[in-house]
Design a protein. Sequence first.
Length: 248
Amino acid sequence: MLPSQFIYLKGNTMQNKTILVTGANGGLGNAFIEALLEQNPKKIYAAARDIKTLEHLKNRNNIELLELDITDAASVQAAKERANDIDVLINNAGVNSNARVFGANYHDLEVNYKGTANLCKSYFEYAKEHKMQIINISSIAALCNLPIMAEYSISKSALHSFTQALRAELKAYDSEVYEVFPGPIDTRLTEGADMPKADPMDVAKEVIKSVATQELEIYPDGFAKMIKERLSTDPKGVEADFAMSVAG
């Protein structure tokens, strides 16, 4: 379960909001920081497991660095106690082991699903008392498994189901829970992959724009929109195409 601070009035932006961004040291996380700063927030908690990787943000206005390992209960609790005033939670931290089915040790599930759920659970009671927005960064692979990175896809599918449950739990408390389904983004998670990739800043800005108009499920790039459309008309065709990633 998780807190959700939502921009609940149409047209609202992130102005004067206090925002926690996990995985702030990654390509998309850093893009979120820069895009959010353009919105004149009250404060941004920039979180990462290794706080040394956030040194480039150390002297930026309205940014507070936060050490956070979402897979560690003590770290989550310490971060919650320090970042106890947030309006918006952006669950961006994640990993991609690039592992086929049975190819790894479920690390992606531990981080992408369980870690995110840990952090959300720590804010759940807070979310019942404060109107929040929670923004979970999932993947278009949550909706159809890409077998070349099966473990990642499985973890994002679990996150998708969790997000739906969390949205239902918090609806009565006027909190909104968003889910983002990007396609490939030009970050470390897709290094070496020969495919078109969206620019992280474009994705971050599209997410912020969509939250402002209360679009609970966000497809922030061209590839994601194309797969969404195909899944509505030819889901087995998408599955067959994705299966070709491990053909031969």
